[in-house]
Design a protein around this ligand. Structure first.
Ligand code: SAH
Length: 393
């Protein structure tokens, strides 16, 4: 089929020539034809030189680039890309790992598949499409996964209902595309978690914190630990191994329930853990000196640039409370998963928070996302998770 041609304004080809995978609507000089959401389009510079093939989407990001050479993004094209993503996970030791059977199989731009997320939960693949172009291929993706993974794969679940933009003419539905399965128990670094992808956030679990949870394990020995914004209680489960007391806080009742369930799954009826359903900001007002280690892993405070300064204020306020309240010699694991908040901005917020309290603070570690959430070097935006481990004197 003849593809719609999109021509960029003079000079706007520069970022494409540096392999950035997004074309913003403001860079476009002319669209020849009327592409629908999700159509495959070809992009040219203003001298008519071919630049890229990608998925069209009305909105700020107009094209998500699939290839910088002229290709047909058919099932074979995607099979190669997905195979490549799986081979990469195998190379970094995540496939057939005896300790860990939960990992991200496809990380959008990080795997040259913009708009596509696939997480693997011990035999169940959960997909989330963020573009109509990718959504249209969902059944092909399920078939590809089945082909490549074979018997190991019990089911493929599509959880795109809330993630596809615009949806004109596209009615997303959360459903199994292959097989069927109830919640599964996964293992991460030997710890066990119940995953129910049909409820909750993302595809069911914050896989991206795996390495940071492991780091926490090293610091929790003998500590009284407070896990703020606990969700599945994953940080708490790790901390429990070595800590003397662990408290989980989340404003959602289903989250505190899930955290308790995961604690029981690993430790049975254990009394050194307690979960509190309460607002994090309220809880932090009244804990002076009670904890030696605090984890702050809030939801993204900024989803887009317009609210960036509010978000930075939010991080500052939150961190200030924790720095103020933690016992002398305490440690804080603090995170931001907002894509629009840069590493530098986040660090500045924590700096401002520390300065406001007047306490002496050292940075022990700078954290990021694990290698199954790879950062495409040409797309710095794929580095979204950042964190600091700080020591408060
Ligand atoms: N740390 C978690 C992920 C956190 S997701 C993990 O490792 O899996 C963010 C969580 O913050 C959600 O469970 C949400 O219910 C909770 N939350 C959002 N706003 C909150 C608030 N003001 N106070 C307490 N919890 C909040």
């Amino acid at each position: 089929m003849q593809k719609v041609k999109i021509v960029l304004k003079s000079g706007k080809d520069q970022s494409v020539r540096r392999y950035h995978p997004w074309i913003f609507s403001g860079a476009i000089k002319k669209i020849y034809g009327k592409p629908s959401e999700g159509d495959v389009v070809n992009v040219y510079d203003n001298k008519d030189e071919f630049l890229a093939t990608g998925h069209y989407q009305p909105g700020s990001i107009a094209v998500r680039i699939l290839s910088f050479s002229e290709i047909e993004p058919d099932i074979n094209f995607f099979r190669e890309r997905i195979k490549n993503a799986i081979n990469y996970r195998r190379a970094i030791g995540l496939v057939n790992n005896s300790q860990t059977n939960v990992y991200r199989l496809v990380h959008a731009e990080g795997d040259d598949l913009p708009g596509l997320i696939i997480d693997y939960y011990n035999g169940v693949a959960v997909m989330q499409m963020h573009s109509v172009g990718m959504y249209r291929m969902r059944n092909e993706f399920a078939a590809i996964l089945k082909d490549i993974c074979g018997e190991r794969l019990k089911a493929v679940y599509d959880k795109s209902e809330g993630t596809i933009p615009y949806m004109s003419g596209v009615s997303g539905k959360n459903e199994f595309l292959y097989g069927n399965s109830g919640p599964v128990i996964v293992s991460e670094n030997g710890f066990r978690f119940k995953i129910d992808w049909t409820i909750g956030q993302k595809t069911g679990f914050f896989i991206d914190q795996r390495d940071n949870r492991k780091l926490l394990l090293e610091y929790s020995e003998g500590k009284r630990v407070l896990n703020m914004f606990g969700y599945t209680g994953a940080f708490s489960v790790y901390a429990m191994k070595n800590a003397v007391l662990v408290h989980t806080v989340d404003s959602s009742a289903s989250a505190t329930e899930l955290a308790n369930e995961n604690i029981r799954l690993n430790y049975g009826e254990e009394h050194m853990h307690e979960a509190f359903q309460v607002d994090a900001f309220d809880f932090l007002n009244d804990i002076k000196g009670k904890y030696d280690l605090i984890i702050l892993d809030p939801p993204a405070f900024a989803k887009h640039n317009k609210v960036l300064s509010n978000a930075l204020q939010g991080y500052k306020r939150l961190n200030m409370k924790a720095i103020e309240q933690i016992r002398p010699g305490g440690i804080i694991f603090t995170f931001s998963c907002s894509q629009v908040v840069t590493k530098e901005n986040f660090r500045k917020s924590v700096f401002a928070a520390a300065a406001n309290t007047g306490r002496k603070v050292r940075i022990l570690h700078q954290m990021s996302q694990p290698p199954d959430h790879p950062v495409n070097i040409y797309h710095p935006e794929s580095e979204y998770l950042k964190g600091l481990v700080i020591y408060v004197e």
